[in-house]
Design a binder for this molecule. Structure first.
Ligand SMILES: [Zn+2]
Length: 335
């Protein structure tokens, strides 16, 4: 059965799948990245994992994968298939696309940025299904973003479009790892809320989920911490919707697991900030959870095949993502 390899590389673990043409997951697997053994070991783990997935397809699905999609964290050089930098994996300038393509007998390989790849999946098959313009914002250790336009994700000229976590929402506020002060992710990420609630509650082990629980039980200290984060998030999202005018804001990551404890006050806070010329977008929770990166990697791989298939007529279901990279043998059409 015709299928592709989908691989999502995280900080500590990798999620992979063999994906059929209709999106069916034919085989799923997980492995550690082995980052404690250094960046070279991580790269070797990724390449070997992909090779084993190819072998699995050959043995159980009657043929090897026709293409592969890989999502990686950090900075990704879209045009050259290079994983430029990832602080959590310790690598710089890894020519991952070529390494993978060589190991996988020359099949086309797409390399994508993890959040943009996850956003691609949320936009096509998740919470944004049917929305031609959306913004996907996962609230985790940090805050990132993916700008969805007509079934593709806008990468920007240098691969850093959508980094909403580094919009300054509190000038002169807490310092951020990026060098600025008062960035959104220092105020409204799951880790920022965890830190603020640990301080306010006096429990150094308290986290954002505990804060949400305390909010639901009416604890006024928790409500204050929560509202601070919600207000900062609404300020950041207002900037985003002023620039992008999206139909849908898809909010994911650990903090979104608080459900309506987050979404009810967030919708109210954004609504209170929208002015006359603006249209309030739909604000919805992400639907795919931590499977988004892997599903998106599968979409990237199928996009490569659709883009190179002779006589391809269906250009609406799957369109090529600008900024993803292809094997030199299979150039990405530019639209
Ligand atoms: Zn920052």
């Amino acid at each position: 059965m015709r299928h592709v390899i989908a691989l999502d590389v995280g900080g500590t673990g990798m999620k992979a799948a063999l994906v059929g043409a209709d999106g069916t997951l034919l085989h799923e697997a997980r492995r550690p990245t082995g980052r404690d053994r250094g960046p070279d070991a991580v790269v070797a783990s990724i390449v070997e994992f992909a090779a084993d997935l190819r072998a699995h397809g050959l043995a159980h699905l009657g043929e090897p994968a026709a293409a592969a999609g890989v999502a990686v964290p950090g900075i990704v050089d879209a045009d050259h298939g290079i994983a430029v930098y990832a602080a959590n994996l310790g690598w710089t300038d890894v020519p991952l696309r070529d390494l993978l393509s060589t190991r996988l007998e020359g099949i086309p390989v797409a390399l994508g940025h993890d959040v943009r790849t996850g956003g691609l999946a949320e936009g096509r098959v998740g919470a944004g299904k049917g929305a031609d313009r959306f913004l996907f914002v996962p609230l985790g250790t940090g805050i990132a973003g993916a700008i969805g336009i007509n079934g593709t994700i806008e990468p920007g000229a240098h691969g850093s479009a959508g980094e909403i976590g580094h919009i300054v929402v509190r000038p002169g506020g807490p310092p951020c790892g990026c060098g600025q002060r008062g960035c959104l992710e220092r105020l409204a990420s799951a880790s920022a809320v965890s830190k603020a609630w640990a301080e306010a509650s006096g429990d150094p082990n308290a986290d954002a989920a505990d804060c949400a629980k305390a909010v639901r039980s009416g604890d006024p200290r928790a409500l204050a911490v929560w509202q601070n984060a919600v207000d900062a998030l609404a300020d950041g999202l207002l900037t985003a919707l002023t620039l992008l005018d999206p139909h849908t804001l898809i909010i994911g990551g650990g903090l979104a697991e608080a459900g309506e404890t987050l979404f009810t006050p967030l919708r109210a806070a954004v609504a209170a900030r929208v002015v006359q010329f603006q249209t309030l977008p739909e604000i919805v929770p992400a639907a795919l959870g931590d499977a988004a990166g892997c599903l998106g990697a599968g979409l990237l791989a199928w996009d490569l095949l659709d883009a190179t298939a002779p006589g391809t007529t269906d250009t609406t279901a799957r369109t090529t993502t600008p900024g993803t990279t292809t094997n030199p043998a299979t150039p990405t059409p530019r639209r």
